[in-house]
Design a protein around this ligand. Sequence first.
Ligand SMILES: NC(=O)C1=CN([C@@H]2O[C@H](COP(=O)(O)OP(=O)(O)OC[C@H]3O[C@@H](n4cnc5c(N)ncnc54)[C@H](OP(=O)(O)O)[C@@H]3O)[C@@H](O)[C@H]2O)C=CC1
Ligand SMILES: CC(=O)N[C@@H](CCC(=O)OP(=O)(O)O)C(=O)O
Length: 337
Amino acid sequence: MIKAGIIGASGYTGGELLRLLVNHPNVKLELATSRSLAGKPVTSTHKHLEGFLNLKYENPDPEDIRKRCDVVFLAVPHGSAMNYVPELLDGDTRVIDLSADYRLKTSEFEKIYGLKHTDPRNAVYGLVELHPEVSEESLVANPGCFPTGAILAAAPLAAAKLLDIAVFDSKTGISGAGISPTETSHYPNLAENIIPYKLTSHRHRAEIIQELTALDGKLQSISFTPHVIPSIRGILTTAHLFTKEPLSTDDLKTIYEEFYRDKPFIRFPSGVPSLTAVRGSNFCDISFEADKENNRVVVLSAIDNLVKGASGQAIQNMNLMFGLDETCGLWLPAAAP
Ligand SMILES: NC(=O)C1=CN([C@@H]2O[C@H](COP(=O)(O)OP(=O)(O)OC[C@H]3O[C@@H](n4cnc5c(N)ncnc54)[C@H](OP(=O)(O)O)[C@@H]3O)[C@@H](O)[C@H]2O)C=CC1
Ligand SMILES: CC(=O)N[C@@H](CCC(=O)OP(=O)(O)O)C(=O)O
């Protein structure tokens, strides 16, 4: 059995890692950390895990964590993960970082996040559909939630070198903001509302550029605007992709189905994707329609930000890093409606 530890287990992605890992056939949950809740049962805060888990929160030092775990998930805010990684990797332990600390080149991270990076090692970007080489790595940077949906929506056209301009418009549930309440998450501010933010400067744009540019080979014009909607989970991305030549919907079908052949978590539902059809699951549902007159295609993607956008994708990475089938423990339908 793979002994797994979660640092930051009291948060939303930590809770979702626990929910998925309690039923993973190859994993034994060894450790759940929280600085503020050490000594309390994990089920005192994650009440949905009652009857599934006997762990108490702990707050051991990184060396102890490394000795006890084969794999450690870092579910902590960006800027914190880099303080753990060097000590955790000082042995055979493998690390999957859900924060943004290792997703970008160090200089780009420092520019976008305004933080000094103290550990300039490289990590593979853990979007499994594009980076199967995660299986060879001991440190994986799990992608951001918005970039996961946006990159998967545009990757086939970028790889075919057909993409000219990409405009991503995303709507997210509020769990993307983490467990601490904010003015945006305050019920009267969010209910019956849609809140756009960081209209041109969201930090996730850098990840989208990094990955699509790598596929296409040169810098494309890429814009991204997020909105929070009054849902708890889910990200629906509308990608307006302007192409170098006019494409039909049949062309798109050929390109997308070929690119995602044998990728178990990419689905092409009939009609448009829906947040409820992916909620609680690791699927990314994609649909597309050509607007030939404008050299534009509209691609929609739907994910659960806490699963394919975070904890499910992290387990997908773990599966490959340990030589398991990528669907292991993750082959679950959504909790719809
Ligand atoms: N929510 C989402 O949809 C997604 C989140 N992510 C990323 O995953 C990471 C976790 O997100 P999320 O679960 O939402 O965050 P939460 O705020 O819900 O939880 C973070 C947890 O980390 C612990 N923590 C906070 N600061 C530190 C620290 N300095 N050292 C150790 N532990 C700390 C906290 O527990 P305590 O204070 O008790 O120790 C807290 O429970 C973040 O980097 C986030 O950006 C990525 C994709 C999607
Ligand atoms: C609603 C909300 O606030 N969402 C967050 C993104 C969530 C996230 O998970 O960011 P990382 O993947 O980079 O850690 C935001 O816009 O910053």
